[in-house]
Design a protein around this ligand. Structure first.
Ligand code: ATP
Length: 905
């Protein structure tokens, strides 16, 4: 077992599974009490390297650069360079070659940027582990784990390295990634004596990449990276999603159609040109330039850049995209299904009410600050003198793993916030875990999970008596109790007591409080306690604690904005129906009880009935994670595009099935994150809304530059085609067409990719996911604008040319300037789906800068003598500039005017 070994002192191989915990600690020079120091961890990291199986390296810069030249279009251009050189047209050859290089460089820079940001994205969603360093549990990137580190993991975590287990509570690990066996294996922390057991028999080891399905554990890292058992098996790296989006694929197909169309038109121009008596060489070069003009070769690169820049904006808003395709789907979302606790609420639970045997107490205080007073009615009381209250608080602390810490003068909870609230309430009464540990020992635990909705511990007190304490959802626990503590006496839980308890539960839940009930059961020495069912029956109900978890402040507004955008919000919670209803009302989600469905009612519905009910339901209460999958399916069958949040292991199927699976960044388990396409770094509902908005914006921006680039291309082809049909000389010299296409067009297109959203982007209904690239009139806009640009350019050319061959170079320069100007004005039209007048032209400063620099580049070509030779241009005078400006503005002016006239009618 090479994977099991590590030599700290360069000693011989160790078989960690055979050693006792203390021996493992001493071998690895670490302690399960304090872990490694940060300094020691740094040293070990230098020595042993990063805890990674394989490193994804960026392709080398050279490869990316040469990649730019494998395009069909570039090959055509290289052909053109060779033809020009052979014909002795060295200036043309050099110019075309320079343009190829400039184009290659631009493509290279764009691709490099996109690659880098994708890489950074991977880093952001890299797995983390809970590691003991300097005596404190800290979340660190799993890549930074070193041998000797002490790790803690619970259900839903992936193990970050190979560990020898030091403590386990009901730990079960699914090791199918390693052994192919999908049944989870029970683990323990005792030394093994068998000789060379197989991986599947290593019950006291946990392996990198395997999944905790139940319970929790602590382990000492024995091997990292390629030295782990997984490293031996190697190459089982989970890839984070595909990198090509549906739109990119569609554009690729579209590109092929455009190439065919472009080649056909080009051929047409060449044939007509030859028939009209133009020279073969000129027509060949014109053909090449036109083909280049017509093929939107820059499009895929700009789409990638726009997507990756959008993704970076999302990161700033705390939404981490794991699959690029999600960016597009986000814009189509019609329903957001969100967890309540922590996503819509603050996950800052504070116990405000306690109730036992018909008596009701209030507890003051805010958040997790362990200071507060106890009242019965308006009278302050001392909790230690109220036996039943004190017992309720004590048991709430016994059945509890949360820890209270201070961070930057704030009290925070490590662990489950529900348990944090119970802990804080107990601390307010002067109780402490330290103090309880003198009297009580926990012998066993049946952990909490969202399906059971309860947790039980078996406790032995200092007198040797054994009993079980259970805390959990009151409606679940009530069914498990045959007795009740009333007036310090144990009574049969008869109907009148039950009725009073239920009434209190309704009252507390109706105030949006999460209610936790607490029960216990004395156990005989000989009674079985192996399974939870052995003890969670015939219990005695002690009382309830009600805790408030206030809604996050921005959620109400975000829900309202989603509604305006045609996106419905649905709250899904494991909490009680009344609690959920009260919060939903606060958030403006549901007012009528018919909009609320609980898990019980849901389980009685058939698939069709659920589909029907799903349309009007806004809140699902007391549902288990498995129900989420049913809800996703029902909504999808109704034609919805569903975004679904989740954090636990059991949420993963629903997250995977949803169109947009969203995992919580803070509270989410590794499994949930792996299944997701989007991670909320701050667990916040408003972030989902922001991501939907950004998704819509990115898509709109992509439409903007598709429109701009294609309309420009159409304009260029048409001007040449019309000229040939009208038996005119060439209005543009080939090298000018190349220049416009490969140099001046690119910057404004990129700047459109950075445009801000139109004001009404969240006031429109969601886009249909099957909608084509040219939907909503985009195709017509491209052709009509392209036609106008072509006509204006040809018009300017004809006016100056006037049938005199002496005027030709002049007229060609004017046509060149008019084409560029018309495009640079048209780019502002592309910013809105409505009209050029709809937006402030100075709203996108990148675009202003891009337009100015493209214009300056054009001036350089016209006025710098050396460039004049290459580009066949001559300086223009004021009169011609007036014509250029007038004709350049004409297409946009005509469109704005016609729109204005239509509106007045
Ligand atoms: P939401 O679904 O809104 O995010 P949630 O995920 O916190 O809520 P669950 O964790 O599934 O909901 O909890 C379901 C119910 O189980 C709660 O309403 C509560 O009554 C009970 N519960 C929650 N946490 C614990 C715990 N640590 N121990 C015992 N019972 C708990």
């Amino acid at each position: 077992m090479r994977g099991m070994s590590l030599s700290i002192k360069g000693s011989e191989e160790m078989k960690f599974h055979e050693l006792k915990r203390e021996e493992v600690e001493s071998q690895l020079q670490t302690s399960t009490q304090r872990g490694l120091t940060t300094e020691e961890a740094e040293k070990r990291r230098e020595k042993h390297g990063s805890n990674e199986l394989m490193q994804d390296k960026l392709p080398s810069a050279w490869i990316v650069f040469f990649h730019q030249f494998k395009d069909f279009m570039v090959l055509v251009l290289i052909g053109a360079t060779i033809v020009s050189a052979l014909m002795g047209e060295y200036i043309d050859a050099a110019a075309i070659f320079a343009i190829i290089i400039i184009n290659g460089l631009l493509g290279f820079l764009q691709e490099r940027k996109a690659e880098k940001s994708l890489q950074a994205l991977k880093q952001l969603s890299a797995p983390q582990s809970l590691v003991l360093r300097d005596g404190e549990w800290k979340k660190v990137q799993s890549a930074h784990i070193v041998p000797g580190d002490v790790l803690k993991f619970t259900a839903g975590d992936r193990i970050g390295a190979d560990v020898r287990l030091a403590e386990t509570i009901d730990l079960e690990i699914e090791e199918s990634a390693m052994t192919g066996e999908s049944v989870p294996v029970e683990k323990h922390a005792l030394p093994l004596r068998e000789d060379a057991p197989g991986l599947g028999d290593m019950k006291n080891m946990a392996f990198m990449g395997t999944l905790v399905t139940r319970g929790s554990g602590v382990g000492i890292v024995t091997a990292i990276g390629m030295k782990t058992a997984m490293g031996n098996i190697a190459s089982m790296l989970q890839q984070a999603g595909q990198t090509e989006t549906p739109l990119q694929r569609r554009l690729e197909q579209l590109g092929k159609i455009l190439i065919a169309a472009a080649l056909f038109l080009t051929l047409l121009v060449v044939v007509i040109g030859l028939a009209q008596g133009h020279e073969l060489y000129t027509m060949l070069l014109t053909g090449v330039s036109l083909a280049v003009a017509a093929i939107p070769e820059g499009l895929p690169a700009i789409v990638t850049v726009a997507l990756s820049l959008g993704v970076q904006r999302m990161i700033k808003q705390k939404a981490i995209v794991r699959q690029l395709a999600a960016v597009e789907t986000l814009g189509c979302t019609t329903v957001i299904c969100s967890d309540k606790t922590g996503t819509m609420t603050q996950n800052q639970m504070t116990v405000t009410d306690a109730w036992s045997g018909g008596r009701h107490w209030q507890i003051s205080g805010k958040g997790y600050v362990p200071k507060g007073k106890f009242f019965e009615g308006t009278t302050e009381i001392s909790p230690s003198s109220e036996k039943s209250l004190y017992q309720l608080l004590t048991f709430g602390l016994l059945c509890n793993h949360a820890e209270l810490k201070t961070k930057e003068n704030e009290f925070i909870i490590q662990g489950d916030p529900t348990e944090g609230a119970l802990l804080t309430a107990a601390l307010k009464a002067g109780l402490s875990r330290e103090q309880l540990s003198h009297t009580f020992t926990i012998e066993k635990e049946f952990p909490f999970d969202s399906k059971r909705k309860r947790m039980t511990v078996i406790v032995r007190d200092d007198k040797g008596s054994r009993f079980a304490v259970t805390k959990g959802a009151p409606d679940v626990l009530l069914k498990k109790c045959d007795f009740v503590l009333w007036d310090k006496k144990r009574e049969v839980f008869s109907a009148p007591y039950q009725k009073q308890t239920e009434e209190m539960l309704q009252a507390l839940a109706g105030r949006a409080l999460r209610v936790i009930a607490i029960a216990y059961k004395p156990l005989q020495e000989e009674s079985r306690a192996n399974e939870s069912t052995d003890v969670e029956e015939g219990m005695t109900f002690i009382g309830m604690q009600g805790m408030i978890d206030p809604p996050r402040p921005e959620v109400k507004k975000a829900i309202a904005e989603c509604r305006q955008a045609g996106v419905k919000t649905i709250m899904i919670t494991g909490d009680h129906k009344e609690t959920a209803a009260a919060i939903a009302k606060d958030l403006g989600l549901a007012n009528k009880s018919s909009q609320i469905l609980d898990g019980q009612a849901l389980s009685e519905l058939s698939e069709e009935e659920l589909e029907k009910a799903a349309e009007k339901t806004s809140v699902y209460a007391r549902v288990s994670p498995e129900d989420k999958l049913k809800i996703v399916r029902a909504l999808q069958n109704n034609g919805h595009i569903v975004a679904m949040t989740g954090d636990g292991v059991n949420d993963a199927p629903a997250i995977k099935a949803a169109d947009i699976g969203i995992a919580m960044g803070i509270t989410g388990t590794d499994v949930a994150k792996e299944a997701s396409s989007l991670i909320l770094a701050n667990d916040h509902f408003a972030t989902i809304k922001a991501a939907v908005e950004e998704g819509r914006n990115i898509y709109e921006n992509i439409r903007k530059f598709i429109r701009y680039l294609l309309a420009s291309n159409v304009g260029e082809i048409l001007v040449m085609l019309f000229a040939m049909i009208l038996a005119m000389p060439l209005p543009l010299v080939p090298i000018q067409i190349l220049w416009v296409n490969l140099v001046t067009d690119g910057l404004p297109a990129l700047a459109l990719g950075l445009d801000k959203a139109e004001d009404d982007v969240m006031k429109r209904p969601p886009r249909h996911p099957k909608e084509g690239v040219f939907a909503r009139g985009l195709g017509w806009k491209i052709i009509s604008r392209g036609f106008l640009i072509g006509a204006a350019t040809l018009g300017a050319f004809m006016i100056v040319y006037n049938g005199e061959s002496d005027n030709l170079v002049y007229a060609q320069t004017v046509a060149f300037a008019t084409l560029v100007t018309a495009q640079l004005i048209h780019v502002f039209d592309c910013r809105s789906e409505k009209s050029v007048l709809a937006r402030n032209p100075f709203g996108n400063m990148y675009l202003i800068a891009a337009v100015i620099s493209s214009f300056l580049l054009m001036l350089a070509v016209i006025y710098i003598p050396q460039l004049q030779v290459i580009f066949h241009t001559v300086p223009l005078e004021a009169r011609e500039w007036l014509l250029v400006m007038g004709m350049g503005a004409l297409p946009t002016f005509l469109l704005a005017g016609s729109l204005f006239a239509r509106k007045r009618k």
